[in-house]
Design a protein. Structure first.
Length: 166
């Protein structure tokens, strides 16, 4: 049990945003399992307002990369997962929880990811239309995913810098 706990904590502490990927595809079964993990994310009032779009086609990823101002690297990632939510009261919180589950599940599989903002971005509606999602659905995030070419190690604040004991 201790080993399982240590592995889970390692995934949480070592996940980083990856923007450079190997030219190696991700097995469909792995991608589907990662998306399956996302549907177990916490959701307000158990609404589960999400839909996940998986893009593996290079031409489609290139279109998305051309639209998302800070997501140009999506074109080079073998997979892009878009997280959409129905416009419910807590869609953003629910969609962000699902996005986090995708990031962590991918890390557990040895994959790198990067969360690219969707909600409130000027390109969100264009991407929703491009991905043929119905009106009323919100783009919460775009996630590039693949085997990392490199894994950055930015400085993280220490526990003392972020913790306030009351």
């Amino acid at each position: 049990m201790e080993n399982i706990c240590a592995e889970a904590l390692k995934v949480l502490k070592e996940r980083r945003s990856v923007r450079r990927y190997q030219k190696k595809g991700v097995p469909e079964s792995v991608t589907l399992d990662i998306v399956d993990c996302a549907r177990f994310a916490p959701t307000a009032r158990n609404v589960q307002p999400w839909k996940f779009a998986v893009l593996t086609d290079a031409a489609e990823r290139k279109k998305i990369a051309g639209i998302a101002e800070y997501g140009k690297f999506i074109a080079d990632a073998p997979v892009c997962i878009a997280v959409f939510c129905e416009d419910t009261k807590y869609y953003l919180e629910d969609g962000c929880a699902a996005t986090t589950y995708i990031l962590l599940a991918a890390k557990a599989y040895g994959l790198g990811t990067c969360w690219v903002a969707g909600d409130k971005k000027p390109y969100a509606e264009e991407i929703r239309t491009l991905m043929k999602m119905p009106a009323g659905w919100k783009l919460v995030s775009l996630i590039s995913m693949g085997y990392p070419e490199e894994t950055p190690s930015p400085r993280k604040k220490t526990l003392d810098e972020v913790l306030r004991k009351l």
